[in-house]
Write a protein that binds this ligand. Structure first.
Ligand SMILES: [Zn+2]
Ligand SMILES: [Zn+2]
Length: 146
């Protein structure tokens, strides 16, 4: 969908049973180090692109939903298992590497670094937050702009 001035961003699961698109720019892109993301993705941390859910749609197939904690639903492909989305009451996010071209994203910060694996060393200069937004690690990062 979309027209020439506002092309859709597209993505898919590993096997291609699930394909999706969203219109417009992402709300934000973040790296999350929390245990739930770690479990769902089987990966030490996860990168999310937060989008407007109203601008998102599946163009092929439908992912399987899993309620990972109260008020939180995560989805994955029922065939290949690729994690697809994360949703809570106020936010809808896609696992960033489901995008056809994740190289265009600009991650803005690390969140939930209190839960970070001790053997992951963050080497970029993005702001780091111990929790979702507050409790930034003192002395680690440049001034927050948000
Ligand atoms: Zn799949
Ligand atoms: Zn997380």
């Amino acid at each position: 969908m979309g027209d020439g001035s506002n092309p859709a961003t597209t993505g898919r699961c590993m096997c291609g049973d699930i394909r999706f698109e969203y219109l417009g720019a992402p709300v934000e892109t973040v790296h999350c180090h929390c245990e739930s993301c770690r479990r769902h993705a089987s990966s030490p941390f996860t990168t999310f692109v937060v989008v407007d859910k109203a601008a998102f749609r599946c163009t092929r197939g439908a992912p399987v939903a899993y309620a990972s904690s109260p008020g939180v639903e995560r989805t994955h492909c029922g065939r290949c298992g690729s994690p697809i989305s994360y949703e809570n009451l106020g936010e809808f996010a896609l696992y960033a590497c489901t995008l056809d071209d994740p190289t265009t994203l600009n991650p803005e910060r690390h969140i939930r670094v209190a839960e970070k694996m001790p053997w992951i060393e963050i080497g970029d200069r993005l702001p780091q937050f111990r929790t979702q937004r507050e409790g930034r690690n003192p002395g680690v990062v440049p001034a927050e702009t948000a």
